[in-house]
Design a protein around this ligand. Structure first.
Ligand code: 6GU
Length: 234
């Protein structure tokens, strides 16, 4: 899979060189390219923002640098033989919520482009224009506000990247984790069995795999009821 990320803070994305995703890139499983939006400006101050039409607080990202950046990425991908229509992901608190199912859908794509906005957002016309060449999806991490799309881009690349074949060493760990079956994960324990006056639930030491499996399922349901009842009702 190829993922291009466009940002005015490309250094923010340096974390994608670490850990599982960094390894996947080294192994050639994931081709991540980070671009500086300011490379697509031509004035002395490399301006990417301007005041909003209609008034109001803050600044809006100008459309032309985005068009030039996205065009150059789409042209390059087409020239390097990426056949599929790319998906343009736009992290924004006004998007649809990014869920495990979203990550799973995106993991099927050949090419993702993530447009990290700052300030009050990107001129809306960029999304209309881009829909000719991209499947455009505005996506939010949840109901709170971040200062820009970079932290969300990190989350999305990690959530999608770990679903690609070969990225997670033991693919079984993808099956038994929170949200993979619509429930929260069961609690886990390791040695020692007694620790600072707290003990491991004895059933886990019983060796009875059938009873352990049903205990874990009960724990999943109980936690989901307590912490995320919304997952059970919809
Ligand atoms: Cl995706 N972007 C921003 N800027 N804020 C957010 C978010 C995304 N998701 C939650 N808050």
């Amino acid at each position: 899979m190829r993922i291009d990320v466009v940002s005015i803070f490309p250094e923010y994305l340096a974390a994608l060189e670490l850990s599982l995703i960094g390894r996947a890139r080294q192994d050639g499983l994931l081709d991540v390219r980070v671009h500086d939006l300011r490379e697509f400006t031509f004035d002395r101050h490399r301006t990417v923002d301007d005041t909003p039409y209609g008034g109001g607080a803050g600044m809006v990202m100008k459309p032309e640098p985005w068009a030039l950046a996205l065009e150059s990425i789409a042209d390059d991908a087409a020239a390097s033989g990426v056949a599929d229509r790319p998906t343009l992901l736009v992290p924004t608190p006004s998007g649809e919520v990014f869920r495990q199912a979203t990550a799973a859908q995106l993991a099927e794509q050949q090419h993702l482009v993530i447009a990290c906005g700052r300030y009050e957002g990107i001129d809306e016309r960029v999304f209309d224009w881009a829909s000719e060449r991209f499947d455009v999806r505005l996506v939010s991490l949840g109901d709170y506000v971040l200062n820009g799309g970079e932290v969300a881009a990190l989350a999305m690349v990690e959530a999608v990247g770990r679903l690609l074949p070969g990225v997670v060493g033991n693919p079984h760990s993808l099956v038994e984790e929170s949200h993979s079956d619509g429930l929260l994960e069961y609690p886990v324990y390791t040695k020692p069995a007694q620790w600072r006056g707290h003990e491991v639930p004895p059933i886990l030491l019983s060796g009875d795999h059938g009873r352990i499996a049903s205990w874990r399922r009960e724990q999943q349901l109980e936690r989901t009821r307590a912490r995320r009842p919304d997952l059970l009702s919809d």
